[in-house]
Design a protein around this ligand. Structure first.
Ligand code: SF4
Length: 405
């Protein structure tokens, strides 16, 4: 999601620097790593490349001790522009990491959307992904590795969260269900100890077929929400996306959903559209999720598909604006699919409200244009870079003015 919020971050940098010009701004994560030099130009002082567990503490110590020694492996800065992320090692054993200080978070701001009571904490149990989907940046960022915390370590983190009052846990791993033996032990432990914790996580459709027993115990232990990337009903398209999944998986989508539903697990199903090789939006013929979410392919830097189709690196991503021409038929289809109560059951109300808020935001972003200008600008694909600069500058001016800066 980083390219969706890149403009926000950029505006935040400007605001912080205006309020406190001596503030030191450090960025890290996927987007900061992939666009490191661009972020330095936009006002960041340091970029923590890839995994910051070892480099970030050194940077903080050097800043605090005023050593001015910033040639740190894994930290890019104006003084250390040669630093590259390419050969940075990945931690082999995540269990050596210090226990996160969960008390630092004000949990009252966080809540898994479907449940109204209680607060939600994030839990990282592994990093990376063993798959290599052609639209996805995860294997690139994590060097096609997936490293796991042990079941014991994960259970210890759950215990700490429970003690501080957390009852909802969002597992933030890109590919959580990937190590059945470990996953089983984690949920077996939770089931033996707690009865009131809810979990949400990503889940690959094929894992359900292969490991129904793990899903059953996870559901009994509190797994209530899963996010499944079905991506498409067209197996040829799925293969182009490099999902590395069984050929007959599409025929099993409804069965997978039914199994999860019978185990009281709520399913968000994701479909991807907008690939150059896709001829039409594929709609499932049977119920495969409680909520279906369609998203347009966003060509991301370094991904196989972006390279294959020679698309530009998107530093920002704006609704209605990328290097492809706007397709009103597709937009309307998205709109009506989201509104369709036969496909999306009663919980789609909040999803629909969010979507409408998204459209309202877009209109707000483009407010400085007349409608005709808006149409003219979005249809002029060749002037995309100029147009993006125009939106960014205008939004910055508008927000600074609103804040009185
Ligand atoms: S889409 Fe999911 S399964 Fe595919 S590479 Fe990315 S994280 Fe892994």
């Amino acid at each position: 999601m980083a390219d969706v919020v890149a403009l926000n971050i950029e505006i935040n940098i400007d605001i912080i620097k205006k309020i406190n010009p001596s503030a030191i701004i450090i960025l890290g994560g996927h987007h900061a790593t992939f666009f490191a030099e661009e972020w330095l130009k936009r006002g960041a002082d340091f970029i923590v490349l890839r995994e910051g567990d070892l480099s970030f503490p050194v940077l903080i110590e050097n800043i605090l001790s005023n050593t001015n020694e910033f040639h740190i492996n894994g930290i890019l800065s104006a003084n250390n522009l040669q630093c590259s992320d390419e050969n940075l090692p990945y931690l082999k054993d995540l269990d050596i990491l210090p226990m996160p200080d969960f008390n630092l978070v004000n949990y009252k701001f966080y809540n898994i959307c479907r449940y109204n009571s209680g607060f939600t904490a994030s839990l990282e149990t592994s990093r990376g992904c063993v798959y290599d989907c052609s639209f996805c940046t995860i294997p690139i960022y994590w060097g096609k590795t997936q490293r796991f915390k042990s079941a014991e370590r994960v259970c210890e983190e759950i215990d700490i969260l429970y003690k501080i009052g957390i009852r909802q846990i969002a597992i933030v791993d890109d590919n959580f269900f990937a190590f059945p033996h470990r996953d089983y032990r984690i949920f077996e432990y939770v089931l033996s100890k707690y009865r009131d914790v809810i979990f949400g996580s990503f889940l690959r459709a094929d894992y359900v077929i292969r490991n129904p027993e793990v899903i059953k115990i996870a559901a009994r232990a509190g797994l209530k929400i899963v996010f499944i990337g079905y991506e498409s009903d067209d197996i040829d398209a799925i293969e182009r996306m490099g999902k590395r999944i069984e050929k007959n998986i599409v025929d099993k989508y409804a069965e997978i959903y039914q199994f999860l539903h019978n185990n009281d697990v709520y399913v968000y199903g994701f479909y991807l559209t907008g690939f150059p090789f896709q001829k039409k939006i594929s709609l499932p013929s049977k119920k495969v999720a409680d909520i279906l979410l369609y998203s347009d392919w966003k060509p991301r830097k370094y991904t196989k598909l972006s390279k294959e189709f020679g698309v530009l690196d998107n530093f920002y991503w704006f609704r209605f604006l990328d290097e492809r021409r706007i397709d009103p038929v597709k937009m309307l289809t998205f709109f009506f699919v989201t509104l369709d109560w036969r496909i999306n059951n009663k919980f789609s109300r909040s999803h629909m409200i969010n979507m409408l808020k998204g459209y309202a935001d877009t209109i707000e972003n483009w407010r400085f244009l007349s409608f005709i200008e808006f149409l003219k600008k979005i249809s002029n694909v060749e002037k995309r870079e100029e147009l993006i600069r125009f939106i960014v500058d205008n939004n910055k001016k508008r927000i600074m003015k609103r804040l009185g800066l």
